[in-house]
Design a binder for this molecule. Structure first.
Ligand code: XMP
Ligand code: MG
Length: 179
């Protein structure tokens, strides 16, 4: 299935049914790993908003949900490696189990920045969950990365929360750039 977002062409890479299935598996795993605890789920906006929603709907442990907002692409199709910190977590994370939820890990710079920033607030643990990972793009390895939905090629993707020039976030599936 093909679609156009702003001035670029995309084709379906991961249909929503596959995302749903994988998200249920991840939620089950998180539920087992954090059994008896009440972690804070911290979504990294904007791209993760649908993933966070579907993930928490499938969790059978009590969680708090909060968000932080970072930006690094600024309307293009490649990471600028400059991070703009738009807004911070509002929950005190000291002594808490923190699960950071990201849409996609590309170079790893965004998460590296965020984990470094949050570590000094002394959470009990920091764990990272990402829907997508581009393993061939990683420049900084993230040891906190434990849950990965899908590994994909270095191609630019949109849909299911991810955007190109703020468009395409509502596509129900992950679409990759063609051409
Ligand atoms: P880094 O390089 O810091 O990048 O790991 C992570 C952030 O960059 C955005 N990103 C993308 N956004 N399609 C997008 O719409 C992509 O293919 C893509 N790759 C990276 C994303 O916001 C992520 O948080
Ligand atoms: Mg993001």
């Amino acid at each position: 299935m093909k679609t156009r977002v702003a001035d670029l062409d995309f084709e379906l890479l991961i249909p929503y049914e596959q995302l749903e299935k994988r998200i249920r598996e991840i939620a089950k795993q998180i539920g087992e790993d954090f059994e008896g605890r009440s972690p804070i789920i911290a979504g990294i906006l904007t791209g993760s908003f649908l993933f966070v929603a579907d993930l928490v709907k499938n969790l059978d442990i009590p969680v708090e949900v909060t968000f932080t907002k970072l930006a690094s692409y600024f309307g293009g199709t490649a990471s600028t490696r400059k991070i703009r910190d738009d807004f911070d977590l509002t929950i005190d994370i000291k002594g808490r189990h923190l699960i950071l939820v990201e849409d996609i890990v590309d170079t790893g710079n965004t998460l590296h920045y965020l984990v470094d920033k949050l570590r000094v607030r002394e959470p009990a643990t920091i764990t990272v969950c990402t829907l997508l990972l581009k393993p061939n793009a990683i420049e900084v390895s993230i040891e906190e990365l434990k849950y990965v939905g899908f590994e994909i090629d270095n191609q630019f993707v949109v849909g299911y929360g991810l955007d190109y020039r703020e468009q395409g976030r509502s596509l129900m599936g992950i679409y990759q750039r063609v051409g």
